[in-house]
Write a protein that binds this ligand. Sequence first.
Ligand code: MG
Length: 222
Amino acid sequence: MARSHGKKILLFLDYDGTLARIVDSPLKEFITREMRETVRDVVRSFPTSIVTGRDVPKAMNFVKLENVHYAGSHGMNIKIIGQQEHYQPLPHLEPIITEATKCLEKALEGVEGALAENNKFCVSVHFRNVDEKDLDLVEHTVNTVLGDLPALKLAHGKMVWELRSAEDFTKGDAVDHLFHYLLQHLQMVSSQVVAIHIGDDRTDEDAFKMCYVRKATGLAFW
Ligand SMILES: [Mg+2]
């Protein structure tokens, strides 16, 4: 706050690995009570957005806090406080992701520990519980499914492969969208704010870049 020189701080937070510790089951990455209280305090002082690869309802269910903006599915599903309509830049992707998830689930049925998670506008293939000897098979399966779906491309995260839009819309674009919305909402210009993004993975680098472009601050925790 001292280094913001009286400017309004806009806070963007990643979820997995940042607010919640990465555990064996990707569907059980809950935040601790202590972390939730910390975020609740932060939200009281600064406009706060959660920017995550998870879909919005899932992220909301994990975070369980009011007055937070959400950008889910790596930014492709943006829910602003008080607005019923979500901003979804690439709506045509949803049925493609449903199909990709079905194909992956079927193909990975026999691989112990592999989990395909439908995040509405991207599908995450978690391999943290897969035996090392089966990793090539999982990778091959992901590439085979990808080969039939030119609208998607592969992205690498921590213990996860993700099939995402081949068209670029990243966490950085989501932060940019929220940044402009917040400026408008607060009736401020960019020189009056400092944007801080906190994240722990490669996909967060797009958000750090966006904060840098906006002459703001990006923080990386690896
Ligand atoms: Mg993360």
